[in-house]
Design a protein around this ligand. Structure first.
Ligand code: NAD
Ligand code: IPM
Ligand code: MN
Length: 368
């Protein structure tokens, strides 16, 4: 059987820098008993606009649909700010998510023990933290119609539509309940049912799905604003948080900071299983293209490396290989190896992006 295809889209800014380190881990894994991949690479985001005049060509879209999994770095940057909305690098990501139908976005916020002092919260509040945000990714206000800017001058109106259909809520709720069963068995669903009709429907449908086969999982509800407050007040109360596209975007950045740095957090975006049982899937760090540090060897590659580990676990049934990578990351952090984003406190061994990648591969090989 031929090797599964892994399509790499490094993107813009620090994307290519962190992806170079992931490639080292992919090679190590393939050479050491883990899955081997037919690795392909293509352009997405600002770099695709530079080369082809569009942030994502139809050809790249077709390759992504055909790939066994996609691994993306990050897209965007100030150079593209003035572009028409339809040409912006971020459209590449939104098109990939929509056309691959990646409705369940898994964003774990896990605090490595070595980093508990780097959190903006007190160490005892985050030590041992392991929560998972499940964000709906293909609907809601990101995609609802009508949308646009109409009128002129003082008459201009900006319109976006927050819209959810019941089946869209149900399928992401099932994903969250399934995941909770393999964790601590608790789901907290967040919406604004006090002010939004779509929030009322969200709560109703989540309860229906719960009654219909998931009653072994503990379900609670919170209004999303209070949920944000609780994430910062006492994050360890949460196991799985289920929420919509926009609230999930914001709450996952908030949760990211609890773990010390945005440079630490991976994500998986999953669709429905295909004929071969593998879901369509895209893995990417939660962070963006970080234009402020791009090209300086300062980026932390861990979020992207852990995104590859998630790919091993969720797309290729290689949980053991994934755990090995996660342990290597933990060990390197315990040794005090630190990229700039993890250097607020005293101590630590300063590392460039490449040195961090090498240290992780060194741990995997047992030589560091
Ligand atoms: P950002 O995540 O790029 O950066 C926020 C801050 O975190 C910056 O100070 C940055 O230096 C730091 N940071 C982020 N990742 C880091 C890493 N790996 N190592 C060290 N420090 C890191 O968010 P932003 O500045 O709001 O957005 C910049 C661009 O990225 C925008 O064009 C935005 O649309 C885009 N973006 C893309 C994605 C994606 O491709 N998935 C996600 C978020 C933002
Ligand atoms: C994210 C990003 C994206 C989003 C942007 C870049 C389209 O912020 O993945 O969190 O808003 O979903
Ligand atoms: Mn975001």
């Amino acid at each position: 059987m031929s090797d599964p295809t892994l399509l790499i889209l490094p993107g813009d800014g620090i994307g290519p820098e962190v992806m170079a380190e992931v490639r080292k881990v992919i090679e190590w894994t393939g050479a050491n008993g883990g899955p081997r991949f037919d690795v392909q690479e293509d352009l997405a985001g600002g770099c695709a606009y530079d080369a082809h005049g569009t942030p994502l060509t139809d050809g790249t879209m077709a390759r992504a649909l055909a790939a066994d999994a996609v691994l993306l770095g990050a897209v965007g940057g100030p150079r593209y700010d003035a572009l028409d909305f339809s040409l912006k690098p971020e459209r590449a990501l939104l098109r990939l998510r929509k056309e691959m139908d990646l409705f369940a976005n898994l964003r774990p916020a896990q605090c490595f023990d070595a980093l508990k002092d780097f959190s903006s919260l007190k160490p005892e509040l985050v030590s041992g933290l392991d929560m998972m945000i499940v964000r709906e990714l293909t609907s809601g206000v990101y995609f609802g119609e009508p949308r646009g800017v109409t009128g002129e001058g003082d008459g201009r109106v900006g319109i976006n539509t927050h819209r959810y259909a019941a089946p869209e809520i149900a399928r992401v709720a099932r994903a969250a309940f399934d995941l909770a069963r393999r964790r601590q068995g608790r789901v907290c669903s967040m919406e604004k049912s006090n002010v939004m009709e779509a929030g009322i429907l969200w709560r109703e449908v989540v309860e229906e799905v719960h009654r219909d086969g998931y009653e072994d999982v503990e379900l609670s509800h919170m209004l999303a604003d209070a949920g944000g407050m609780q994430i910062v007040r006492a994050p360890k109360q949460f196991d799985v948080i289920l929420t919509d596209n926009l609230f999930g975007d914001m709450l996952s950045d908030v949760a990211a900071m609890l773990t010390g740095s945005l440079g630490m957090l991976p994500s998986a975006s999953l669709g429905a299983p295909r004929e071969n049982d593998r879901p369509r899937a895209l893995y990417e760090p939660v962070h963006g293209s970080a234009p402020d540090i791009a090209g300086q060897g300062k980026a932390n590659p861990i979020a992207c490396i852990l995104s590859f580990a998630m790919a091993l676990r969720y797309s290729f049934d290689a949980g053991e290989a994934a755990t090995r990578i996660e342990r290597a990351v933990e060990a390197v952090l315990a040794d005090g190896v630190r990229t700039g984003d993890l250097m607020q406190a005293e101590g630590g061994r300063p590392a460039t992006t490449a040195q961090m990648g090498d240290a992780i591969v060194g741990k995997l090989s047992g030589t560091a």
